[in-house]
Design a protein around this ligand. Structure first.
Ligand SMILES: *Cc1c(COP(=O)(O)O)cnc(C)c1O
Length: 426
């Protein structure tokens, strides 16, 4: 399969080229030439997750130099459970946070890391990534001490939780973590600027692992495929999915899984107080905004990159409006939802997942799956005062919190960042 640009002006790339390049040369996002239709009746019910994944992703890898490695990549990337749990009548929770850094981002990042480690064997690469909290730690954990790969993580100073920061700054070696004076959008701008700076991009052979990278979106299609098929076989119903959304990578994967023929019905985005997407769907006019800070900070995105992929998928704004729903959930409602689900179901939810829970209450009864994107114990500073309980770190978190950290601050300035990088990666 070949991959093209959402702007349709760049030549087609192979999967490997698309992964390394990250963005299309014309500045668009990379998308598959077509979304393969998977015959679900050919997927054996006995397949375990990794082998199911290899089958679902095979068409994307066809003809690429990574094709022969796909099974190995899936076995190594997907080595933790992703349970689908019944919360109450016909409402399920798909828990995606049992990886090493306790958010769903481990899934895409581990898959990308496995692909990159195959691809950098004969050419050293530097991964540069902007994070609003969870991406940075997932990328760092996945690439730490992988040969031939360096990592630069940019995160907004003082805008992420202490446990999140610890998980980003506890690596060292081939991982440089920098607290940028600015917002997540500033960090994202710096990554884009580094790519556009030819000298910088070539000298360090830059690649990105933000959710614009295909090797993060593709593996995320698999859990939607797996969960929807599991429910369909059990209940003979198509499930709707409610996806806590920020940069829209996760929900893009859900739309792709649906287009590939998996039994998915309605798809609903839950955003925090950043209303860019709900406003766009309501008016049909896109207006990027500065991001506002919320307690669901990994979704504090005012100009979501992956909207371009959704617009490309649906061709016209009208069709996109027809196929997409988005609700904005305020911090007050997030707080109330965290309390409500704890009191009524005895379940701890991270603030991101709580947006999906709130949205579920606004929707009609039918088969719904809420996507649980992070371990609640990663957000103890939010949850503890709301619930008046102590929330100890999960096992994975505890392991990371034992590691010592190095904190480095930097201005929102590309030259300063590259200088620190050349000191770290001698
Ligand atoms: C990144 C993240 C999100 C948002 O996912 P997108 O793919 O950016 O829409 C939601 N919840 C958590 C916990 C995250 O880390």
């Amino acid at each position: 399969m070949l991959f093209g640009s959402t702007k349709d002006k760049s030549p087609a790339l192979t999967l490997s080229e698309a992964i390394v390049q990250g963005l299309a040369a014309d500045g668009g996002l990379l998308v598959p030439a077509e979304l393969p239709l998977i015959d679900i009746s050919l997927l054996d019910e006995q397949l375990d997750y990794a082998h199911f994944a290899a089958k679902v992703l095979a068409p994307f890898f066809a003809g690429d130099k990574l094709e022969g490695h796909l099974k190995h990549i899936c076995e190594h990337a997907f080595n933790f459970p992703m349970p689908l749990k019944l919360l109450y009548d016909d409402t399920y929770l798909l828990e995606l946070f049992y990886g090493p850094t306790a958010s769903f981002k481990d899934i895409g990042c581990r898959f990308l890391a496995e692909c990159l480690s195959q691809l950098s064997i004969d050419h050293h690469k530097t991964v540069m990534v902007a994070t609003s909290g969870d991406t940075g730690s997932a990328v760092a954990a996945a690439l730490y001490q992988q040969p031939n790969v360096n990592v630069i993580v940019l995160y907004p100073h003082n805008k992420i939780s202490k446990r999140q920061e610890h998980q980003i700054t506890c690596w060292g070696d081939n991982v440089l973590a920098l607290a940028v004076e600015g917002t997540f959008d500033d960090c994202q701008r710096l990554v884009k600027a580094a790519f556009q700076d030819e000298e910088c991009s070539r000298r360090c052979s830059l690649t990105t692992s933000n959710s614009i990278n295909l090797a993060r979106i593709l593996p995320q299609t698999v859990y939607y495929a797996f969960a929807s098929l599991q429910l369909y076989r059990k209940l003979n119903k198509k499930a709707g999915f409610i996806v806590p959304s920020g940069n829209l990578g996760n929900v893009t994967a859900c739309y792709w899984a649906k287009a590939m023929g998996f039994p998915i019905d309605e798809i609903v985005m839950a955003t925090n107080a950043n209303t860019t997407v709900p406003d766009f769907l309501a008016t049909g006019v896109y207006e990027a905004r500065a991001s506002v800070e919320t307690m669901a900070n990994a979704m504090d995105v005012g100009d979501p990159s992956n909207l371009e992929r959704l617009r490309y998928l649906f061709k016209t704004t009208q069709l996109l409006q027809h196929n997409a729903t988005a609700f904005s959930v305020s911090d007050e409602k997030i707080q109330a939802s965290i309390k409500d689900v704890y009191e009524s179901e005895g379940v701890l939810m991270c603030p991101h997942t709580a947006t999906a829970y709130f949205v579920r209450q606004q929707l009609q009864d039918r088969l719904w799956v809420m996507v649980a994107t992070a371990d609640p114990s990663k957000f103890e500073t939010v949850l503890e005062p709301i619930l008046n309980i102590d929330i100890p770190p999960s096992e994975a978190l505890h392991a990371l919190l034992q590691r010592s950290t190095t904190q480095k601050n930097v201005k929102a300035d590309l030259n300063e960042i590259m200088q620190l990088a050349s000191q770290q990666f001698v």
